[in-house]
Design a protein around this ligand. Sequence first.
Ligand SMILES: Cc1cc2nc3c(=O)[nH]c(=O)nc-3n(C[C@H](O)[C@H](O)[C@H](O)COP(=O)(O)OP(=O)(O)OC[C@H]3O[C@@H](n4cnc5c(N)ncnc54)[C@H](O)[C@@H]3O)c2cc1C
Length: 504
Amino acid sequence: MRTGVIVVGAGPVGLMLALELRLGGVDVTVYDRSAAPTGESRALGFNRRAAESLDQRGLLPRLGDFRWGPMGHFGGVRFDLGMLDEDHSGVLGLSQARTEEALAGRLAELGVPVRRGYEVTGFRETPDGVVVAFDGPDGRGEDTAAYLVGCDGAGSTVRALAGIDAPGREATRGMYTAEITGVAPRPRPIGERLPGGNMVVCTPMGDGRCRIVIHDRSLPPRPDPDTLTFAQVADAWQRLTGESIHDARAQWVWACGNATRLAAEYRRGRVFLAGDAAHEIPPLAAWGLSAGLQDAVNLGWKLAAAVGGRAPDGLLDTYHTERHPIGRRLIRDAQAASMLYLGDADMDPLRSVLSELVAYKDAAGHLAGIVSGLGIRYDMGPGDHPLLGKRMPPDHELTLPDGTRTRVADLLHTARGLLITTPDNDQAARLAHDRADRVQTITATWAPGHDPALDTVLIRPDGYIAWTSPGTDGDLTNALDRWFGTGRGSDIGGAAVAAQPAGR
Ligand SMILES: Cc1cc2nc3c(=O)[nH]c(=O)nc-3n(C[C@H](O)[C@H](O)[C@H](O)COP(=O)(O)OP(=O)(O)OC[C@H]3O[C@@H](n4cnc5c(N)ncnc54)[C@H](O)[C@@H]3O)c2cc1C
């Protein structure tokens, strides 16, 4: 039997997507060209929303030790997260290798094959699927699936094979990064700007390891990044800081540039793009990884519904309509942050104006929404509930009929839709029961103290609020139809549940 979905790339985004698909009941196979995980630490954490996405699948405890901390700067301009009503801190001090290990471990438990040493080299679409060609350990081969997703990173092969354009800005400067042991340079965790538009970062990682990043204006983008040596990195560090790290041992070194690119289409026919394959930005406090994990969580349940034959019309297209504008903003924000971060003294007036602005709670809240990912709002139609289209705060608590207390995040582990309603709202529960294979209904009482008020709420599998009562103009049936498809019959005949008037 053919596979439901082939995912190309076993980076964090491909692994997360495979997990979402498996939870949605799909046979999925992941192909990666590297024979084994690199073990490189790469992005050292992720933002709040990415963490919440893992939390709502029960994955946070698998990540081991990490710390929550403020991702409270935008391009080096600090702002105070403490003045905000909601916690925007992110996950810090967690190597990407450990995130990938945790995801791969869960996939193994679920029996999802991750085929390493297979380089995808081509594909062709058929009327009902895709045939994917690869070079593997036993030579050339093919596999077929209903859909193909390129999670194959910056310079994506799938993107190129699909003929999807990715316009953007070419790199104008190069940067070096390395993970070292044996020598501990002075920490500069959010970067130290140096004269001439240069900057160095040094992030201690524990166990005597440090991550260093060198932004040297005189470095052109390297045409041959794979030939970078640690001696060149150490020379550049000494040139800028006067400190020698030549005696350090390097776990890995990496050269990259400041190019930005955005795929023009996140979907073409049966082919999708997610993660760095869809949006490429310079390494910047794990922004790319955080966005990529959320691409995966947005796409997974929709593609699972399509493979399972239960997707309402247009559902798959909402992956592009929802995530492409976010990719566009990611590129804009990364460019703005890079200008502030890496610009020379000419930027100082702008930095000081911005520093004044972020002393205001609204301005800090706006920037925190960007950095944390909590500012995202998808279009769920008209309504005035402040949470409509936003993510459901995962720590909201409920008391179930048997008296147990639970968090909303814990109710999303199965990656199904979720209708939470109160014991006196039979009609809402009946509508959702009609789609019980797609939407789980929980009758519960909200723990006191949650603001703004919610009576009944429909939450998509990715944790975003599709309908609220009070506060949504359209009725519940429309929202259920739009995201989960029509029911089995009992709601046909007009049993529509309208939202309660706001302010009830
Ligand atoms: C060395 C390095 C260091 C980094 N450091 C930082 C950092 O310090 N801070 C930061 O914010 N970000 C950093 N990044 C960027 C961050 O790691 C990415 O944003 C993140 O990995 C994106 O995840 P992804 O799954 O989309 O792509 P990737 O992690 O790039 O995964 C893509 C996968 O696809 C596989 N693949 C590619 N082509 C094919 C093919 N044709 N067939 C089969 N498999 C294929 C690759 O082997 C790879 O495993 C770094 C990236 C690298 C490479």
